[in-house]
Design a protein around this ligand. Structure first.
Ligand code: F6P
Length: 322
């Protein structure tokens, strides 16, 4: 089944109407759901959205969860115990579960009423990757529940984002190498952004830098930067600022202005400069994180190379009990 068929099928089963959508996963898979939560929070008038790390969902089930709920669970490997347990818990409450995974043998599939076995890797079109599929699900769910005026613009965006990304990756490759050389000995990074992309600031910090490079990092919302974090700004501390196109760009620009004055180690990744502006104004902001994810992968690969620390290296995950 494709996204539309899944959404239609659930709609037909829920006579009283779908009332909430929960996005549940761990780590990088959870990060991929943030844009959809942001989208529904921003665009829905009635439909409620929730975003949960899987183990919290299991231990603190939302009271609204039930037969009118759609629970989307994503697990790349498909066997993360917390995510599998979350899908099981959702089913036990009578919710409609949609599982996304890259593993056709995934345990997650045992608790998924509907499933997407998604494509992955540099060669795949990002519209077939989990972030875009989940966003498409969110858009279509909103549309069947209460109508969404920009479905067509969104679909056009989905068709064009992969081309924008391929061009953007080429554009930043030399910069990423310069960045990696310049920052190879840094131990701490702050990642700033806003809007739909905030999940990817968090993801770049916890997955790319902490997990894959064993470096210290924290995500800071560009709006929150001025409400505490900016006090650590100095000429020695590295900041990576992902500048969105769309409504929250003003927040990123404000952070940039301050950083230009008081910091020196600032790497700016600007979605506008990378060509995202060809997507319609009404929906462009939801595509920033799709672009940023691919672009920051170029940065993390360059960093991994100069640091001689392969992205796959772990000391605890899969090695010790936790
Ligand atoms: O998407 P999956 O396979 O459930 O994996 C979740 C795990 O993957 C990571 O996102 C990346 O390795 C981890 O942070 C997390 O434990």
């Amino acid at each position: 089944m494709n996204v539309n068929q899944v959404v239609q099928s659930i709609r037909e089963k829920v006579a009283e109407g779908i009332s909430e959508v929960y996005f549940v996963a761990c780590g990088g898979s959870l990060v991929d759901m943030y844009p959809s939560k942001y989208f529904l929070d921003s665009e829905a008038k009635k439909l409620v959205a929730g975003l949960y790390t899987a183990n919290e969902f299991v231990h603190a089930l939302p009271k609204r969860l039930g037969a009118q709920s759609v629970v989307i669970v994503c697990s790349h490997g498909g066997n993360t115990p917390e995510s599998v347990a979350a899908a099981q818990a959702a089913k036990e409450q009578g919710a409609h579960t949609i599982g996304l995974t890259h593993n056709k043998e995934a345990a997650l599939l045992n608790y998924s009423d509907y499933s997407f076995l998604y494509e992955w890797g540099d060669e795949s079109n990002v519209k077939n990757n989990p972030m875009a599929i989940i966003l498409d699900l969110a858009v279509q769910l909103l549309h069947v529940v209460e109508g969404y005026a920009h479905v067509e613009a969104f679909q056009k965006g989905l068709e064009s984002i992969n081309g924008i990304i391929n061009q953007g990756k080429k554009q930043v490759a030399p910069r990423a190498r310069v960045f990696a050389d310049k920052y190879r000995n840094e131990e701490l990074y702050y990642i700033l952004t806003s809007g739909a992309s905030y999940g990817h600031a968090y993801g770049f910090a916890i997955c790319s830098l902490m997990e894959m490079q064993w470096l210290n990092a924290a995500a800071i919302h560009s709006g929150e930067y001025f409400h505490g974090p900016f006090e650590v700004t100095d000429k020695e501390t590295p900041f990576i600022l992902m500048m969105n196109e769309g409504r929250t760009r003003a927040l990123d620009e404000r952070a940039q202005t301050f950083l230009n004055q008081y910091a020196e180690k600032v790497e700016v990744i600007d979605a506008k400069e990378l060509g995202i502006g060809t997507i319609a104004d009404e929906v462009v902001e939801f595509f920033n994180p799709v672009l940023f994810y691919s672009i920051i992968c170029v940065y993390r690969e360059a960093l991994a190379e100069v640091r001689n620390h392969p992205l796959e290296t772990r000391r605890y995950m899969g090695k010790v009990a936790y």
